[in-house]
Design a protein around this ligand. Structure first.
Ligand code: PBG
Length: 321
């Protein structure tokens, strides 16, 4: 076996998997203001950015060959309520950023989450009654949220709420609003995970969150159930599907890709970023090699691409090679 590992040339020739900037979707956090940049404590190297700086990052993504970004808002607590009404405001942070990026980068793929958690004062992705999530009432909100985001120029809605039946409902709402060409990338197999902690700090939903999300996000114990989730979402009209988190769930990525062959993405979530970035910061891991190995392995597991906070760094590393 070692004859095909002798040097870099032969290793490149026999490599089964390749990693490039085209594999990345780059999540960005939007905040109020102008020229504003604010570090996120649990995500060293990632900042919340005002809309003008988001546009600069979007242009950088394009220059580096990264085809897609995903936008997440840190909503002013004064704008949050139990219904997450701010999600429907066409001038909210995500819509404002989407319009600005769309104007500057007409071809860039822009993902916007359909979920209420950045907007609710209780931090849940859906509407609550007596402490329980209301499925169908939430789906009604998500339909309107998706249309508002598509109106702003979002071309790829990413439902991350895990309500039942939301993909079909959002598809129909988009079609009826004239957005037949707006795609849906479904967070189809999304687990109730401890690894979302830094993200919730970044969007400011952590302090608000009461309880946990285990009545809608999946139990990490389950794999077969992920296939049933993905089957339903594809059946309801999802164009692309996602597995989330990433690294502890590579078995799910492989099973989903093998079972359906649909465009399949993994989300290397905030907690995975924090683990790697923290160890790199301490000098415990080699930065360049750890980042690229982690991302390459998503592709080997069957992912067509990865949502990663390392997208810019990884694309720069790959360009320098
Ligand atoms: C919101 C949402 C979450 C993430 C993406 N969209 C958090 C959650 O479900 O609690 C997590 C992303 C990350 O941790 O990087 N529904």
């Amino acid at each position: 076996m070692r004859r095909t590992r002798t040097n870099d040339a032969i290793r490149r020739l026999v490599a089964e998997t390749r990693l490039g900037p085209q594999d990345f979707i780059w999540p960005l956090f939007v905040k109020d203001g102008t020229g504003a940049r604010e570090p996120i404590a649990a995500m060293p190297g990632v900042d919340r950015l005002s809309v003008d700086l988001i546009v600069e990052e979007a242009k950088r993504a394009q220059d580096l060959g990264i085809p897609a970004i995903a936008l997440f808002p840190q909503t002013d607590p004064a704008r949050k309520d139990a219904q997450g009404s701010e999600a429907l405001n066409p001038d909210n942070l995500v819509c404002t950023a989407t319009r600005a990026v769309r104007a500057a980068c007409p071809e860039l793929v822009i993902l916007c989450d359909a979920a209420l958690d950045p907007y609710t004062d209780h931090g849940h992705d859906g509407l609550l009654a007596d402490g329980r999530i209301l499925n169908d009432e939430t789906v009604e909100m998500l339909k309107r949220q998706a249309v508002v985001q598509a109106d702003a120029g979002c071309d790829t809605i990413s439902p991350s709420d895990m309500m039942d039946g939301r993909i079909g409902a959002i598809r129909q709402a988009l079609d009826e609003a004239g957005h037949q060409n707006v795609r849906i990338i479904s967070y189809a197999a999304k687990y109730a995970s401890a690894f979302y902690g830094p993200f919730r700090e970044a969007v400011g939903s952590a302090s608000a969150l009461t309880g946990d999300k285990r009545t809608y996000q999946m139990d990490p114990a389950n794999g077969d159930e992920a296939l049933r989730e993905v089957a339903k979402d594809l059946d309801e009209g999802a164009d692309m599907v996602m597995v989330k988190p990433g690294m502890p769930y590579l078995d799910i990525v492989r099973r989903v890709k093998d079972a359906f062959g649909a465009p399949t993405y993994a989300y290397q979530v905030s907690g995975e970023y924090a683990m790697l970035a923290g160890a790199i910061q301490n000098g415990w891991l080699d930065r360049d090699r750890a980042i690229l190995e982690a991302l390459l392995c998503f592709k080997r597991a069957g992912a067509d691409g990865v949502l990663t906070y390392f997208a810019r760094e990884a694309a720069e590393l790959l360009a320098a090679r």
